[in-house]
Design a protein around this ligand. Structure first.
Ligand code: GLY
Length: 592
């Protein structure tokens, strides 16, 4: 019997309430041909409140978990059509560029970890690059740092990598035609889709920031007024751009009309990206960083993301502690995890940047077991360390990234995280091309030697330079056990991403949670500086806080951290388990 499960999450009155809107068991292949999209229409139309569950959804053949239901359904249809995990991930990512413009994108960048059934896993790096006219001091005006220039301007836009990166991964591991993968996104843009309550609220909130950009207001509002839930949202110009990408591949984005439109927008507004920058953009294949952790194999993103390196460092440190005996959420567990986070983030700030511009980065040392032992020896169980007063907080990163996980029938797996940096990126839609540009240049350090008491860092490895990629925290990760796939995970959340991924892995391996419980469990974060633990409100009990305070820790409560979209594979039963994150409305797991 085939099983089709759908879970969708709503945020009800501010509370995280998970509602599996439909869990449908269909007996025949014929009935399975009822498309997932038809079911989703019923799902979305339904206001019914069904039973919540901490049990992951299960499926036998394939699974897609992503941040928005329509795009997730696109990925599922690709799997059912015989597509590979990469095909499904590419189609889902392209659809998210239409249905989830908060972070889904053509105008941003990201990373993929791909695990084939046979052979070695590979990392795809399609991070944005600095345009040729960039410089170390580009965010200074008359010697004074200008935060708007750094984060909210045409100067803040990096050369996008998404289209080239998705195409490269598809060229290597795709099975269905490229046009088949772009077609659903074109349909969603051309025909439109119904605006949900959450999307309407998100568009209304961002509209004031889009006011300086006429094309953005035109695309994301109804004649200057916010869209209402239930309105149809059509993006004609985006559909035309996607059609060029469908027929020409990356050339439909990096040359010709799309490239001309990007350059024209830049020239008219003091931006730096030229057609030559676009033509020179290249995605990279690289070797993931790896470590073993209590018998599991961790495979994650190497630099230019800091994510994999820091994740491996932290796991290596934590392997020396009996977390299971300490217990989930205990003061001792939070303490040692915080101390591991503090040390990994200090090294991140000190060493990490684009490897092509920093050939001496000591990555093999940072991820070694012997270095973890040295770091562990500096941790006292009874006392918090203090972060160095000579070093300061890393520059602010956006949290509006998005992650998707896919596993196909052969147990090939994709862990894909991509981003526009902040919510709706730069807020700048390319006139005539219908897509948002990133503001990823904000992930570079502000200026040389600009380490100050306000928390800025001016160290060399991550200063802007022509063609350089900006440091990221995205941590798409795959875990294996005994050579078999075990888990696919990742999250948005700026620097919190690394710690969110860490906790999801530890929750399963050390604390024995099922994958949905591991995603649901409350999270916390420490990033070296500022020297404090941020934790999800209600996630730590008052007596735990008191115990941690007595060791010298300080705290701040936050509403939520991250949005993991995870899959676990049980090799003994050959069953996939999907776990979307209820912290974000729209998170969806679909299997077949
Ligand atoms: N823009 C967030 C990151 O790359 O980590």
């Amino acid at each position: 019997m085939s099983v089709l499960n759908i879970k969708r999450y709503h945020s009800v009155m501010g509370a995280f309430t998970r509602i599996p809107v439909a869990a449908v068991k269909l007996k025949t292949q014929g009935l399975l041909q009822l498309t997932t999209l038809v079911l989703l229409v019923a799902v979305i139309a339904s206001g019914a409140l069904l039973t919540a569950s901490t049990t992951p959804i299960t499926s036998r053949r394939g699974m897609v978990v992503a941040a928005e239901p329509l795009a997730t359904a696109v990925g599922l249809e690709v799997l059912r059509d015989g597509g590979s995990a990469v095909d499904a991930a590419v189609a889902t990512a392209l659809a998210l560029a239409v249905t989830y413009p908060q972070a889904g994108n053509l105008g941003g960048g990201g990373f993929i970890i791909f695990r084939p059934t046979v052979g070695s896993s590979v990392a795809y790096d399609f991070r944005e690059t600095a345009p040729a006219a960039s410089s170390r001091s580009m965010f200074l005006v008359d010697g004074v740092y200008d935060g708007d220039r750094h984060h909210n301007s045409h100067i803040a836009v990096g050369v996008p990598g998404t289209v080239a990166g998705l195409y490269l991964a598809w060229s290597d591991h795709g099975r269905l035609p490229w046009q088949r993968l772009v077609a659903p996104a074109i349909g969603l843009a051309r025909n439109g889709f119904l605006v949900s309550h959450d999307f309407a609220a998100s568009l209304a909130a961002v509209l004031p920031q889009m006011v300086p950009y006429e094309a953005s207001v035109q695309q994301f509002s109804d004649g200057g007024e916010p869209y209402q839930a239930g309105d149809r949202f059509v993006q004609e110009e985006l559909a035309s751009t996607l059609e060029r990408i469908a027929t020409e591949g990356p050339a439909g984005f990096y040359s010709g009309r799309t490239a001309q439109l990007i350059e024209a927008e830049m020239l008219a507004n003091g931006g730096l990206i030229t057609q030559s920058d676009l033509g020179n953009y290249r995605p990279h294949r690289s070797t993931p960083v790896r470590t073993s952790y209590r018998g599991y194999e961790i495979i994650s993103m190497p630099p230019i993301s800091s994510g994999g390196t820091a994740l491996v460092q932290m796991l290596n440190i934590l392997e020396g502690y009996g977390l299971a005996e300490f217990g989930f959420g205990s003061a001792q567990t939070i303490h040692v995890m915080t101390e591991a986070m503090r040390r990994a983030f200090a090294d991140r700030a000190r060493y990490l940047g684009d490897p092509r511009f920093n050939p001496m980065m000591p990555i093999s040392r940072l991820v070694s077991k012997s270095y973890a032992e040295e770091l562990r020896a500096t941790i006292q169980l009874g006392r918090a360390s203090s972060s160095s007063p000579l070093s300061f907080e890393w520059p602010t990163e956006g949290t509006e990234t998005t992650h998707l996980s896919v596993v196909d029938a052969e147990r090939q797996a994709v862990s894909l995280t991509y981003t526009l940096e902040q919510l709706y990126g730069s807020k700048i839609v390319v006139p005539g091309a219908g897509f948002l540009l990133n503001n990823e240049m904000g992930d570079f350090n502000p200026a040389p030697n600009m380490t100050d008491v306000e928390g800025r860092i001016g160290t060399d490895p991550n200063l802007a330079s022509p063609g350089k990629r900006m440091l990221s925290s995205m941590t798409p990760t795959i875990v294996e056990k005994n050579g078999e796939l075990f888990m696919v995970t990742g999250s948005p959340g700026g620097r919190t991403i690394i710690n969110t991924v860490l906790q999801t892995i530890v929750n399963v391996i050390d604390f024995g949670m099922n994958i949905q419980e591991a995603v649901d469990a409350p999270r916390f974060h420490h990033q070296w500086l500022p020297d404090r633990i941020s934790y999800e409100r209600y996630g730590l009990s008052p007596d735990t806080l008191t115990l941690l305070e007595s060791k010298g820790h300080r705290f701040v409560a936050v509403d939520r951290q991250g949005a993991v979209q995870a899959i676990r594979y049980d090799a003994s039963t050959d069953i996939l388990e999907g776990a979307p994150d209820r912290r974000r409305a729209g998170s969806t797991a679909l299997g077949y």
